[in-house]
Design a protein around this ligand. Structure first.
Ligand SMILES: [Zn+2]
Length: 191
């Protein structure tokens, strides 16, 4: 695999394919033909895809070319030139979210449920600047949404704590959650 080629699994995720693990591969509904049951497979080790429905198959360049409706040559040039973009380090907070935070968030946000771990931001940057910005903003939007959910749940915990006369236990529970997630919930909830 050339060092500037992105991981097809990550590319497919960015394009919204809902990938399910199937032995050593991942399967999804094929983005290149209409189907109701998945016959599209990704082999992350070989960095290739194959659809047993329409017969499409190939590497990550072909996948990107087909999905973006560009030539493989164009994609190749893009990927090569974007290699330099990768070294352009950004410190957007979405990129510092941990795998734990991703897991917790994906349990609440169905759209991210296919993300089991922290995405490889370096690879996403290689895929393209626009895709990177879109994905980053999407993740950040979902994270803020998730925090709203957590704040609401903290408010509920306090309310129940007051009703049961166990406010301290409720606060302790919220503090525990704050520690796990690395965010402030209690102050925000009591405002
Ligand atoms: Zn297909």
């Amino acid at each position: 695999m050339s060092d500037f080629l992105p991981d097809i699994y990550e590319v497919a995720q960015i394009y919204g394919l809902s990938l399910r693990k199937s032995r050593s591969q991942y399967k999804a509904l094929c983005p290149f033909h209409e189907e109701k049951t998945p016959s599209f497979y990704i082999n992350p080790e070989k960095n290739i895809f194959k659809c047993f429905g329409c017969g499409e198959g190939g590497g990550v360049i072909k996948f990107k070319a087909k999905i973006e409706d560009k030539s493989e040559q164009e994609i190749y040039e893009e990927l090569k030139s974007q290699k330099t973009f990768q070294s352009n380090k950004s410190s957007h907070p979405a990129e510092s979210l941990t795998s734990f935070q991703f897991r917790e968030m994906s349990e609440v946000i169905p759209e991210l449920s296919h993300l089991e771990r922290r995405p490889n931001w370096g690879i996403i940057k290689q895929i393209g600047n626009e895709e990177y910005l879109q994905f980053r903003d999407k993740v950040w939007g979902h994270w803020l949404q998730f925090l709203e959910y957590e704040k609401k749940s903290a408010v509920m915990t306090i309310k129940f704590g007051i009703r049961l006369n166990s406010v301290n236990a409720a606060i302790e529970e919220i503090r525990k959650r704050e520690k796990e997630l690395g965010v402030t919930l209690f102050e925000n909830s009591t405002q």
